[in-house]
Design a protein around this ligand. Structure first.
Ligand code: SF4
Length: 216
């Protein structure tokens, strides 16, 4: 199968398996989504969903959270990885949202990426899941599966995002990145496979015999 044909097959197969992928991080508005995505770095969404109820007891708005000390925030999120850095980032970005954005989350990728603790992937998730803008956030699952499916070389997550955006129609990105994540978690785990086991790779590479190595 050529790369474009593989992309078409994957798009239709993931649509069949996950027609309406839910946003995996619990949230009640754009600010809580931004903070939840920030917390999800090097932590499972499951763990983030376990700690955020305690965090929201400290405050549900940037104004309330900005009044909190990083040590208080850290106490609430300590079960998440990198909690010292994340607690400082949450307090600082809350202050900035109050001071510079009237307590609102800016609906621009550039502005979001300027906020403490907010990188390109986090900003892209907020743009597509909160503001409905087409974006293709690439996390470890997407980076791994895109390589296994021969859609990118895996040189970097930046390159993977660029390659996937070229291969898939823009209107599919917001659902597709979630569908790939769900497939990665359920079937195509980092430890679990060498690229010869399930229907997807059998369809994409019917003659594949040798295991596939992927880059981090
Ligand atoms: S065969 Fe393995 S690598 Fe390929 S899609 Fe299935 S689980 Fe993933």
């Amino acid at each position: 199968m050529k790369k474009g044909e593989r992309a078409d097959y994957i798009l239709s197969e993931l649509k069949r398996l996950y027609p309406n992928p839910a946003v995996p991080l619990d949230h009640f508005d754009t600010y809580s989504l931004l903070v939840a995505v920030l917390l999800s770095a090097q932590t499972t969404d499951k763990m983030v969903n376990q700690v955020t109820p305690d965090l929201w007891k400290l405050g549900k708005t940037p104004a309330e959270m900005a009044k909190r000390k990083p040590s208080e925030i850290r106490e609430a999120i300590k079960r998440c990885g990198l909690s010292p850095q994340k607690s400082i980032a949450i307090q600082k970005l809350s202050e900035i949202l109050v001071r510079e954005y009237d307590g609102q989350v800016p609906d621009s990728l550039e502005e979001l990426e300027k906020l403490p603790g907010v990188g390109h992937k986090t900003a892209s998730v907020v743009m597509c899941q909160a503001f409905g803008q087409n974006a293709f956030p690439v996390d470890t699952h997407i980076h791994r599966l895109a390589q296994r499916w021969g859609l990118t070389s895996g040189a970097s997550v930046v390159q993977t995002e660029r390659d996937l955006k070229k291969l898939f129609p823009e209107e599919s990105w917001n659902k597709l990145h979630l569908q790939i994540i769900y497939y990665g978690r359920e079937h195509c785990t980092a430890r679990g496979c060498d690229g010869t086991v399930c229907p997807i790779c059998k369809a994409l590479y019917p003659r594949r015999k040798t295991p596939v190595e992927t880059r981090k």
